[in-house]
Write a protein that binds this ligand. Sequence first.
Ligand code: MN
Length: 275
Amino acid sequence: MKNILVTNDDGVLAPGLLALAEEMRKFGKVTILAPDRNWSGGGHVKTLDRALRVREFRLEDGTQAFGSDGAPSDCVALATLGYFKEKFDLVVSGINVGANLGHDVTYSGTVTAAMEGVIAGLPSVAVSLEVPEGFVGLVDFGPAASAAGIAVQNVITNGLPAETLLNINVPFLKAEEIQGMRITRQGLRVYHSRLDERVDPRGRPYYWIGGDAPTGVSESGTDVGALAAGFVSVTPLQLDLTAYRAISDLNTWNWHLQPSEVSSLVTNSVVVADK
Ligand code: MN
């Protein structure tokens, strides 16, 4: 019996979270703490300049859940730092509506919640379903929940290497159309963001980051490629973002810092470092 923390970034009342919680009950006790509103695209957040509040919710099937006004990563921090006065064995985040592929991962609340789990020293899994942007209708989370179950069973059996999380993306297909599961690397997202400048009623400009939904380069071996071929993608991610390939090159550059060439740069504003 494992003690599993379930969270998401679509909000505590999102149907994907309930589907994931139901699947996770097969592995042990499930505790839910997630944002009280949709926090998609919120990135890896640590809220330090305001209080965080937690309220109790009831999900559609009566399941007890907790919602906070913090980010998904704040929810994981709250839970792992002692809100529940108990220890967790695993953090599972999702099921997100929309894929989190390639460069999406640092924008994604779903994935950054799992990153926060890794920071807390817990094996963590993020699960996303490739629902097309603009889709409206009922969604079958069954295939994504089953894929999450297979991943979590593997994590329980085999453990995860330290500093590693699993980023799972499931194609938006019927169960019988899914080709299987593939271990992948991060692929290349292609963003089509466009800045829309508009004017408010007082004549001042304001901005929306708009444009079409991102696409991707369907290269074999990548998360984008796996989904395009009808497979569930399982990408092991690490928080160490060091570009190791650049280190030896950079070591050939000139990094000599000469005290005699340093000029003083003290501005007139007092610096107050946050505690
Ligand atoms: Mn989301």
